[in-house]
Design a protein around this ligand. Structure first.
Ligand code: NAD
Length: 375
């Protein structure tokens, strides 16, 4: 059983899919592990750290690999190096990427999309969305603090008092909850909003104040899967009026609102941005999915009348060593379910985790959500 740890092609992707800690555990499962040179360097892991735990470091790591551990979906030039039948575990970004799925099917690889892992108790340890969103929420506050020309905590000094920053978190999923906790640790006065009623208690338990239009629609705004529903135009208008008043008085706004399979909801209009004081900062964590903030640009910090809109992409990757550490553990945990007692590769195709994540197999796209459209 040969496992390859790929070096990411995308220069903007600093994460790596295995760490010395997970390589040790992969070896204990009976695998030979080969790492592409420099794969871990941007996460602070030199090649020597991989060899120290028994991996080989080789430019030919992918050749003959039965399993490839990756962060991002392999591109065509990478697929050309993979063995037919190889399993590939990565964040596959499958929505709207039919051609890429087809090229993986054509290459004969078995592609698993880690982000489709069901959010059930058994799979919590494999949940890459949570592990990465948690770090992104933390990093969003650090990025906001870096762009903010004032202090976060209240400071009473001989020379006068520095007021505490007012931070507003929009969207209280995994990223938003961590953003609340981080902003509170830094001493900010934190408020937060979400369309899911269950979040109210979570916000309050972190010592922040909850702000939302709490009408009948709000009380039913959660799907059985625990995700947000798209809200009616009427609700959005009422909520926008409430938040518009609030945003005017904020120093920092961090938006994290997403709806699965839909573009991110627009929560902050250009007018609201304009209403903020010069020196205020917005961080849009949804910028890659269309953005919650009007005017946010992926990969850029936009300044409008002294208000900064931070649109960094791959925010978890901005703390690459931590992000790789957690991601590598997620992958290891999923892979452990694919190895039998004889230390051989034995994928259970009936396992719900496998069914939910397998995109391609035997030259075809097999996932029900991504079937090629018939004319
Ligand atoms: P997400 O990334 O899909 O969305 C982020 C947040 O944005 C969500 O809280 C959502 O309600 C909110 N949102 C959407 N539209 C909004 C709007 N118009 N205004 C304000 N907020 C809006 O969410 P997530 O972080 O993936 O978490 C989704 C749910 O899944 C949460 O309940 C979370 O606790 C749950 N979860 C469960 C597990 C598990 O293993 N059981 C693991 C992770 C997450």
């Amino acid at each position: 059983m040969k496992i390859a740890v790929a070096k990411e092609l995308d220069p903007a992707e600093p994460r790596v899919a295995a760490t010395p800690d997970t390589v040790k555990k992969l070896k204990a499962l009976g695998a030979d592990v080969a790492v592409e040179p420099g794969a871990g360097i941007k996460s602070g892991i030199p090649d020597a750290d991989f060899t120290a735990v028994g991996a080989t470091v080789s430019a030919d790591a992918l050749k003959d690999a039965d399993v490839v551990f990756k962060v991002k979906r392999p591109e065509a030039s990478e697929l050309a190096k993979y063995k037919r039948g190889a399993l590939v575990l990565a964040i596959m970004d499958p929505y709207g990427n039919d051609a890429a799925l087809k090229s993986m099917a054509d290459a004969g690889v078995v592609a698993f999309a880690m982000e489709l892992m069901p959010r059930i108790t058994r799979a919590q340890v494999m949940d890459v969305l949570s592990s990465q969103a948690n770090l992104a929420g933390y990093r969003a506050v650090i990025d906001a603090a870096e762009s903010f020309g004032r202090a976060m905590p209240m400071m009473m000094t001989a020379a006068g008092t520095v007021p505490a920053a007012k931070v507003f978190i929009m969207g209280v999923g995994v990223a938003g909850l961590q953003a609340i906790a981080t902003a509170r640790r830094l001493g900010a006065i934190v408020t937060a909003t979400d369309v899911r009623p269950a979040t109210k208690e979570q916000v309050e338990s972190l010592g922040a104040k909850f702000l939302a239009v709490e009408d009948e629609e709000f009380k039913n705004a959660q799907t059985a899967g625990g995700y947000a529903k798209e809200m009616s135009k009427e609700y959005q208008a009422k909520q926008a009026a409430l938040t518009a008043e609030h945003i005017k008085k904020q120093d920092i706004v961090i938006t994290t609102a997403l709806i699965p399979g839909r573009p991110a909801p627009r929560l902050v209009t250009a007018e609201m941005v304009k209403s903020m004081k010069p020196g205020s900062v917005l961080v849009d964590l949804a910028v890659e999915r269309g953005g919650n903030v009007e005017g946010a640009k992926p990969g850029e910090v936009v300044e409008i009348d002294g208000v900064k809109i931070v649109g960094y992409t791959n925010v978890a990757g901005r703390i690459a060593a931590s992000a790789s550490g957690l991601y590598a553990r997620n992958l290891l945990s999923f892979f452990e379910t694919m190895v039998n007692k004889e230390k051989a590769l034995a994928v259970n195709w009936e396992d719900e985790l496998v069914k939910a994540t397998a995109l391609t197999r035997d030259g075809a796209v097999v996932h029900p959500n991504f079937q090629p459209k018939t004319a």
